[in-house]
Write a protein that binds this ligand. Structure first.
Ligand code: DAH
Length: 339
């Protein structure tokens, strides 16, 4: 009997089970009423009285050991199957949600790329500016309405410190510090005191270009504009220049491009005219050159300025300015595959 007990103990120590069903089979084999330990219990009845004490104790120990082993195997099998559910190595990896570039960034990069090919480099200036760089140096008369509280955000009620209302301020920042030839583009954020609607916002983005050198002419400006328009909106794009007025350019013009939707025939997008307005431009006013310490008898220049939102609206037909700053991922996600 003692041998049987020892053999069973040995067996129990070496038990293993791959799953819950195998554990159950082992429980039946050792611990059920017809199991091997119950059989030993039956044999115990015939054991001589003087051995009963010792063998009884050993038998009880064996039964306890068997119960513990089976319980341990069951716990192991359950853990293994839970892990198995979590770790299915054949499953596809969880999809990674890719972010997308903001449409205004995409368009800004496209515009920069086009001007870079013409030799323009990027110049930057501060968003919090002074009156001189934003207005005074750019030939704005003291009573010009743009200087009014209605249009400009002033900092701490100080009429000298303000949020720039256009990126033309970077022109004068550059002209006062760099000697011609100057060929720069200035992308950046600008601020105006406007009620927010689909068509106006209190902040938006502009890109300014400035070229100052000896013998720069209006023909250079026109050719630059044509190159830009065709690179940006396609090789069939036509441009037209309408006389206009800006304090810092003389002569000044506004540029239209042929409507990309109807090809110039006239549609609801271009209000039947076949043309859409995209930017302002002109020859740098001699007063501006002189104010910045550049001799206007020796040098001439052209400047142009466009709204990046405006170009984006035309390129991607986004017609509500508010969409650009609401950060709605459904809107932003539309531009994932755009360049
Ligand atoms: N600064 C003008 C604006 O904010 C845009 C502009 C017009 C810029 C003509 C220029 C220019 O450089 O020549 O409306």
């Amino acid at each position: 009997m003692i041998e049987k007990i020892n053999t069973l103990r040995q067996e129990l120590e070496n038990l293993s089970a791959a799953n819950a069903a195998e554990v159950e089979a082992l429980r039946i084999k050792y611990l059920s009423k017809k199991g091997s330990i119950s059989a030993l219990m039956n044999d115990f009845r015939t054991v001589p009285a003087e051995q009963k004490r010792e063998l009884g104790q050993k038998l009880n120990e064996l039964k306890e050991f068997a119960t513990e082993r089976i319980a341990a195997l069951r716990a192991e099998a359950e853990n293994a199957s839970a892990d198995g559910d979590r770790l299915d190595l054949s499953r596809d990896a969880a999809p990674v949600r890719l972010g997308s570039r903001h449409p205004l960034s995409l368009v800004r990069e496209q515009i920069i790329d086009i001007f870079r090919r013409l030799g323009f480099t990027i110049a930057e200036g501060p968003e919090i500016e002074d009156d001189w760089h934003v207005f005074e140096s750019l030939n704005f008369a003291a009573d010009h309405p743009a200087r009014d509280m209605q249009d400009t955000f002033f900092i701490a009620r100080n009429p000298e410190v303000l949020l720039r209302t256009h990126t033309s301020s970077v022109q004068t920042r550059t002209m006062t510090t760099v000697k011609p030839p100057i060929r720069i583009i200035c992308p950046g954020r600008v601020y105006r005191n406007e009620a927010i609607s689909a068509r106006a916002h209190c902040f938006f983005h502009q890109l300014e270009a400035l070229y100052v050198d000896k013998h720069v002419t209006f023909a250079d400006l026109r050719q630059t504009l044509l190159y830009f328009a065709r690179e940006m909106f396609g090789p069939d794009t036509q441009i037209r220049l309408r006389p206009s007025y800006f304090p810092f350019t003389e002569p000044s013009a506004e540029m239209d491009i042929s409507c990309g939707l109807c090809g110039g025939k006239g549609c609801s997008f271009c209000k039947g005219t076949g043309w859409v307005e995209i930017l302002g431009c002109g020859m740098v006013d001699p007063n501006v050159l002189d104010a910045c310490g550049i001799d206007s008898k020796e040098y001439t220049g052209f400047a142009l300025g466009m709204g990046i939102e405006r170009i984006t609206n035309l390129k991607y037909l986004v017609n509500d300015l508010r969409l650009f700053s609401e950060n709605d991922v459904r809107f932003l996600g539309e531009f994932t595959s755009a360049r």
